[in-house]
Design a protein around this ligand. Structure first.
Ligand code: 26Q
Length: 817
């Protein structure tokens, strides 16, 4: 009864089970006789946190003892995904946890299902940051991740009547058991105010910010363990806390409610993640978030540096600050402010330090996605930083004028300030001018940067530009999400691939083995069955596990061309309607992804996909030949279910528009075959897996440009391709929206009458042909098995361990501790 189990401390200490029961009682304050599943999850998380924090302290001591150069990875977004399995695998505690949970009457699957992932990012960029932290820990790099602990992460997506509906993501309800909230560790962050210029006793011109308002940044630490190496690094996320509580005088004025309202306004800063990617929103709160992260982080960095007691000129030898996109680029003027205004260094010395400290990664090629801030807004929020940016710009333009005296237009084009009716601060120009390294995220993208968007900067600073092709962590994206395939691989080539993904090459000889092919395809089929069960439970749609799973999951954006995919789905539907015995390969089309809440066209395309899905799935003529599924709320957790069960991976962006893509790598690592365009990392994947193992189609990026220059007329494709015409006529004629025939007119209009900016029609026929090749290939199951295995076997290059190794060696100049 009660009495025997009420004293968990008497159980043998440091077994996982004992620790779970200890935490149920002492940390969670609950009866540990029959704890429920949620309670067990929370206690298990706490028991693991205990182990993580010990290793983190030891890791920190090692960094300190070696006096290593530190890497600071600054990102407005992190998408770590669920931690439980990942931490168990890294700590080598999976088996012990399973056993402990069994004794408590649960399975690991059940308990892991209790975790709500932190959605502190939009998609690719945030997930990349988390893969990189995993690899930095695996490589024992002296690194820190810095970000914001948004109270609400990316919205939870529901599909209602075929449309996206957003729900707040209250991930902190029920408490957070992986983090340490450092309620006594805070930094002040100051906004607004005005700059007072004055001359000190030594006759120096000084700048002091007066007035303004202060918000406190509270540290929340989450631990990222390296793979079975006893090394742990820290992702420090800042939460905004009002400073009012510390200002007693404020309450003495008698305006108690007013004071509390102000407190709430301050704490808004870290309230919510901006849910738009690619189209930056120029909102004051967003700028405040960026500076909030930067100011708090710089204070941390400087505090640690000061402990060394060395001179400021040593700063770049001891620290490197990496900017994930331009979002934290205000760190550049912030470091200048610290050095010039507070440390009283001469401008030239401060700038010398600055440009040797920062490195910047660009993740976009779309010119409209480059971040700019209205000058007025910038001046209001960060008056001193705007002055510093102007001074950086003045000196920079002076140098450019000397280097290129015969190009008068150049200065305006490279200026940190865009001059027009309104002035804007160009954050990418600031980041390039203030960094010693500027990198793109795939070979193709890095070339585009040098040749087009930043071509003039490339001429000014050729040595700064470099490529670091993205990667993904094999621990999460194979070992964790696909344990049965991971085990099959390990049985044949051992475990080294987990930390040296090139080892997967050793699978190649098995590609011809009938026995191995069979085992491989059995694992894949089981994964597909599991996904079918999930789809049945969530969407009520029955799909054939033997059908070709054709999957398109990523954020919704016109350049990613989910529209091209659905046009092809309708084409297949029409072929079946015309000839039910056409013998097409049974297919299941799976879509998933969120649209920015204000992105009308992206939301409309989601609605079209659901409408087409409804029509096709309920048409008795179609039966099992074709199914269309939209899985709501695509996120890391859902990606982990989908990747292992995909046959065909859709990577079909307009050539030249996807900087890299990382989903493409996750699919291929799990044995999916890609259908894709010559874009981003697809091109390097092609080089690695070979063109017989990847279905490439469509215009090349220079052809896209040429066609646009020559005057692209989408109507010619409509007029000459009868299958395409039929599809577009059905959509605009209301075939999929009988209740409202005009519902999807805008979509067809955008293609036929508004220039089809993403060249959907130009690529349609080539896509449809390649899809036919894919279907034919699928009919040859041994051939498919071989292709699938070769995809996995040749994905070694795309490990984020490789990416991080390159960053460490070529950019940061650091080694493992
Ligand atoms: C900026 C300002 C204000 C509000 C939001 C933003 C914002 C937020 C997120 C702008 C862009 C993003 C995200 C961009 C992104 O995810 N880019 C993707 O990065 C991946 C990792 O390198 C690449 O693989 C993808 O190709 C790229 O699209």
């Amino acid at each position: 009864g009660m009495r025997e189990t009420a004293s968990p401390a008497t159980l043998p200490a440091d077994t996982l089970k004992a620790d779970i029961l200890w935490h149920v009682l002492y940390s969670l304050g609950r009866d540990n006789e029959r704890p429920d599943r949620q309670t067990v999850f929370r206690a298990l998380a706490l028991a693991l946190r205990d182990r993580l924090v010990e290793k983190w302290i030891a890791s920190q001591r090692a960094i300190y003892a070696k006096s290593s150069k530190r890497v600071y990875y600054l990102s407005l977004e992190f998408l770590p995904g669920p931690f439980l399995r990942q931490n168990l695998i890294a700590l080598g505690l999976e088996k012990e946890a399973r056993d402990a949970l069994t004794e408590l009457g649960f399975t690991l699957d059940d308990v892991a299902g209790e975790e709500w992932e932190p959605g502190l990012g939009n998609g690719g960029l945030g997930r990349l940051a988390s893969c990189y932290l995993d690899s930095m820990a695996a490589l024992r790099l002296p690194a820190y991740g810095y970000g914001i602990r948004y109270a609400f992460g990316i919205f939870h997506q529901l599909i209602r009547d075929g449309q996206q509906v957003e729900r707040a993501d209250n991930w902190l309800r029920g408490g957070q058991h992986w983090e340490f909230e450092r309620t006594h560790y805070m930094h002040p962050v100051r906004f607004y105010g005005s700059v007072r210029e004055w001359v000190d006793e030594q006759g120096r011109l000084r700048h002091t910010l007066e007035g303004g308002s202060t918000v406190m940044a509270m540290a929340c630490d989450m631990f990222i363990p390296g793979y079975r190496n006893d090394y742990v690094l820290n992702m420090r996320l800042w939460a905004a806390k009002s400073s009012r509580e510390f200002e007693f005088s404020f309450f003495n004025t008698g305006d108690y409610i007013g004071a509390v309202e102000k407190k709430i306004r301050d704490e808004n800063i870290s309230m919510v993640l901006y849910p738009n990617d690619e189209a930056p929103e120029g909102k004051e709160l967003r700028l405040k978030q960026q500076f909030f992260l930067v100011s708090a982080t710089m204070q941390d960095i400087v505090r640690r540096f000061r402990k060394k007691g060395v001179a400021w000129d040593q700063f770049p030898r001891k620290n490197v600050i990496h900017l994930n996109e331009t979002h934290p680029a205000v760190a550049i003027p912030e470091l200048m402010r610290l050095l010039v205004d507070e440390e009283l260094l001469p401008w030239e010395e401060a700038w010398y330090i600055c440009v040797r400290t920062f490195a910047y990664t660009n993740h976009t090629v779309l010119p409209e996605a480059l971040e700019v801030w209205p000058e007025e807004l910038f001046r209001k929020v960060l008056p001193r930083h705007l002055q510093i940016i102007y001074e950086i710009n003045r000196r920079f333009l002076h140098d450019v004028r000397r280097q290129f005296p015969h190009d008068p237009g150049l200065l305006a084009r490279v200026s940190l300030i865009h001059e027009g009716e309104q002035r804007f601060v160009r954050m990418s120009h600031l980041a390039i001018v203030g960094s010693f390294s500027v990198n793109g995220v795939s070979a193709h993208h890095s070339n585009i940067i040098k040749e087009s968007i930043f071509n003039e900067f490339y001429k000014i600073f050729p040595e700064r530009f470099n490529n670091k092709t993205n990667g993904i962590t094999p621990r999460r994206w194979l070992r964790q999400c696909n344990p049965t395939l991971a085990w099959l691989i390990t049985e044949h080539i051992g475990t080294e691939w987990l930390t040296d993904l090139e080892q997967l090459k050793k699978l190649e000889p098995y590609a011809e083995s009938a026995g191995f092919q069979k085992a491989w395809m059995e694992v894949r089929l089981r994964n597909k069955q599991k996904l079918a069960e999930y789809i049945h439970a969530k969407n009520g749609i029955t799909i054939l596990p033997e059908s070709l799973y054709d999957v398109h999951v990523k954020r919704f954006h016109e350049y990613k061309r989910q529209l091209l995919n659905i046009l092809h789905v309708i084409t297949l539907y029409n072929r079946i309607r015309r000839d039910p015995d056409a013998g097409i390969v049974p297919r299941t089309f799976i879509f998933g992804g969120k649209a920015a809440p204000g992105y009308y066209m992206a939301k409309h395309i989601i609605q079209l996909i659901n409408a087409v899905g409804y029509t096709i799935n309920t048409d008795p003529r179609v039966g099992d030949m074709l199914k269309v599924v939209f899985l709501q709320n695509y996120c890391v957790t859902l990606a982990e279910r989908i990747m292992p069960a995909t046959d065909l991976s859709e990577q079909i962006s307009t050539a030249g528009m996807e900087a890299s893509g990382t989903g493409n790598m996750k699919f291929a690592l799990n044995g999916a075959i890609t259908i894709g365009t010559h874009d981003g990392a697809n091109i390097e994947m092609l080089e690695h897996v070979g063109d017989e193992n990847l279905f490439l189609f469509g215009l090349l990026s220079h052809e896209v440009e040429d066609l646009r220059r020559q005057g692209y007329n989408p109507r010619t494709f409509y007029e000459t391709d009868s299958e395409l015409r039929e599809v577009l006529d059905m959509i605009s004629g209301g075939y999929f929206s009988p209740g409202d025939p005009h519902m999807f007119r805008d979509i067809v209009e955008s293609l036929l009458n508004h220039g089809d900016r993403y060249m959907v029609l130009a690529d349609f026929r080539s896509y449809a042909y390649r899809q036919q090749d894919a279907a034919r290939a699928y009919l040859d199951q041994p051939g498919w098995a071989r292709r699938s295995m070769l995809n996995t076997a040749r994905m070694g290059f795309f490990s984020s361990d490789r990416s991080m190794g390159e960053y460490a060696r070529d950019i940061w100049g650091v080694e493992g501790v």
